[in-house]
Every structure is written in structure tokens, then in C-alpha cells.
Design a protein around this ligand. Sequence first.
Ligand code: U2F
Length: 452
Amino acid sequence: AVNEHKHQHVVILAFPYGSHAAPLLNLVRRIAADAPEVIFSFFNTKQSNESTFAGLDQEQLLNITPYEVDDGLPENYVPTNPLEGVTYFLNVMPANYKIVMEEVVAKTGRQITCLVTDAFYWFAADMAEELHAKWVPLWTAGPHSVLAHMATDLVREKITTDEVHENKAIDFIPGFTGLKVLDLPEGIAEEKDSPFTTMLHRMGRALPRASAVAINSFHEIDIPTVHELESRLHLLLNVGPFILTMPQSVTPDTHGCLEWLDKQADCSVVYISFGSVIVPPPHELIALAEALEESGHPFIWAFKGNPEKQLPEGFLERTSAKGMVVGWAPQMQILKHPAAGVCIMHGGWNSILDCIVGGVPMISRPFFGDQGLNTATMEHVWEVGVGVENMVFTKEGTLKSLETTMSSEKGKLMREKIAVLKDLAMVAAGPEGDSTKNFCALLDIVTTPQTA
Ligand code: U2F
């Protein structure tokens, strides 16, 4: 295919918030390594590029060049939280991309032959058509949430406003048995006037136009859902879990978590993390800390913020022999350690996959987007964890969830069930596995010319 590659120019459009740009870059790095003659232009905001490309030198980047797009923020404006900039960004796209794309085509002298984008970018369907290029979106989350967005019109047709309030079961989408209307991401069952939910609705309608849709998941995770997606798309390519299939940047263990885990009993440690954007509200942090202290389980807490200020007075001192409160932690390594017992989390898709690959049951407190659906799926469909009582941390509710997952017969079953998912993930990512074969198909689609 080397000759065919000579004229190919793949443009990547990343979404610069949460855990979106990094997995996309990891996917592109693996494709680029196998297609040295193709050029890859990676478009993202300055800020997100800085963290996404941190620690990678040109040798590792090969034929990938990062470019900056406007983030839409007013001059000298500093957002107070990581998600505040999203609305500004959504307002300037896709125009911000178009400007830079034209410049890069002029600079490189190569027409764009394929757009690899975050799946959010519905507008790429039209862009690709105008360019006579292919469109390959990456859905960075799970199969249920993307199917829910694709089924938005169907959900609104089937479910009345009263039924939304009654939290009706969703019995008309394959793979959704056990799930209810209120588990769906906001803005699906009832239209919501927000740029974010409008984007996701448009995405759901646009994805069937893609040459192929890549997803950070594996075929066997949920066969009915995967089959339904396959029937709605030209081609669905499960190429995950990325932690097993794509190059990863290593998180250094600066606090010595792994050495500390070596001294703990098997399945005894509670690991706590809420991903890259969420900080639970103050009273919930306190309730969670109190529950942890009372439960007596050893723990590692990857804490975003200032633990001295935000945790109960004296908590750090009292628990210093039992627990570690650290900043950014080597999450996957921790969850793979035999001492890991349960993961308290927010239902973020990457963390769900980390738990599956680590074989560790979950306690989830979802906040937004796909997190509620991910939580309900892991609890009611896969039965590998629980959502916290009423979906907020209280001391009593958290103690109950810890008891269920760490000490009950039900918890043991959860551990067995997640071990089965883990094995399926390992097989999928292995040499003969589905995700490996799908990656080859993806590589071919992205790097060869459009036929007809
Ligand atoms: C958004 O997710 P988040 O970034 O909030 O959360 P995750 O999908 O769970 O990803 C967190 C990643 O950060 C890693 C961890 C995951 O790969 O291993 N990590 C770490 O290495 N050390 C730490 O101390 C803490 C985390 C969004 F909010 C979700 O709703 C979506 O499901 C998700 C995917 O689209 O993106």
C-alpha cells in the first residue's frame, strides 16, 4: 500500500475537553506508525495540545504534526473550571477548523483525503463530502451512550412527557433491558436548548454517513447493543480497550502508590477517582471521607483540589496509616494491582474500562453526560458494581455500597462477573482478537484512497 499512501493526508479534529483528545491521539499514533508515507495533521486548541502532546518527542510523533485552532475564549479570559470554556468553543466551530485546514493544505500541498474526528463533530459529515474525503469518527465512550444518541428521535417518539417523569423502562432499544429513561444522558428523552445536547443530537443523525465509526470498546462487551449499532452504521469498528490496544503515555508513580499497595492484602483497598474534570460538591466529599474512615478499609484517593482544605478536619492525620491522598495517580496500574478491592468513581467511560481490565468492581456517583447511563449499565446489565444510593454520596449510603461490594456474597459475584468481562477484553485485544482485526480494517480505511 506504500505507493497509495504517497498522496494521503489525514486531518484529525480533536475535542479539547475531558478525556477526548488523548485517546484520539493514541489511536492516530498507532495508525501513523503503520503508514509512514501518509501525513497526519492534528488540530486542537493550544491548551489541549500542550497536555495531549506533553512528553512526546518528534521521534514518537513520526509523521504527525500538531496544529492550533482558536478556542473561542475572549481575550485574557481565564475559565474558573475545566468545562467553562466548552460553550465558547462550540460557538466558534466549525469555522475555526476550516480556516486552519485551508492553511495546512496550502502549506503541505496535499489535499485532505480522510477526516478522523471526535464523534461529536457532526459537521465533519458535510466537510468530508465537500472534500471527497472519508470520515472516520471516534466515539471515546461506550456503545450504550452512542446508541442512545442515535436513537434520540425514536426515544422522543416512543416516550411521552408523563412517561419521562414515571421513569419508564426502555424496552424498545436492543441492549437496553434493565435501563430506564432517567438513566439516559440529558437532552435525549426531552429536548433541551443547549449547544452541547444539540451537538449530540446532530451527531446521532450524522454518524450513519461515516465511512466507519471507531469506538474505544470491544465487541463482546454487550452483543445486542453492538449488533444494533452495526445495523445502523456503514461499519462499526470496536478497537479497544485503548489501554490494551493503543500506545499510552505513562503516569509516573510519584507518591509510591504501587509500593504501598504491595503491603496491603488482596482485594482490600478502595481506590477513589472522579476522572479529569469532576470535583464532587463539598458536602459529598465530606460524607465520602467520613464513610471511608468509618469503614476502616485502606484507600488511595486521587484527589483533585486541596485535600487539607476540602476534607474534614484531622482526616488526613487520622487516616495517614490507612490511606494515601495523592494528586494524579497511575490509575490503571493501581486497578491492576491484586490489592485493589473496589473503585469509587463517576462512571466516566475510560475509568469503567480501567476497572474491567483491572477486574475491579465499581461504586459510581455519576455527574453528567454518559455517566448515568454507564453507571446503570454496569449495575443493572453487567452487574459488576453499584450506583450510590440516590446517586449522591451520603455517609450511610456510601457505607452500604462499600459493604455490598467489599464484603457481601453479591460483591463476590460482581468480582466474578467483571473477571469474565476482563477475559473477553484481553481476548479482543490479543493477536487473533476482534479489536486487533478491526484495527487493521481501520488502518486500511484511513490511509488508502477513496474508491469511486
Ligand atoms: C470524560 O471523562 P473523564 O475524563 O472525566 O473520565 P474518564 O473517562 O473516566 O477518564 C479518566 C482517565 O484519566 C485517568 C484514568 C482514565 O483514563 O485512567 N486517570 C489517571 O490516570 N489518574 C487519575 O488520578 C485520574 C484519572 C467525560 F466526563 C465522561 O463522561 C466520558 O465517559 C469520557 C469519555 O468520553 O470523557
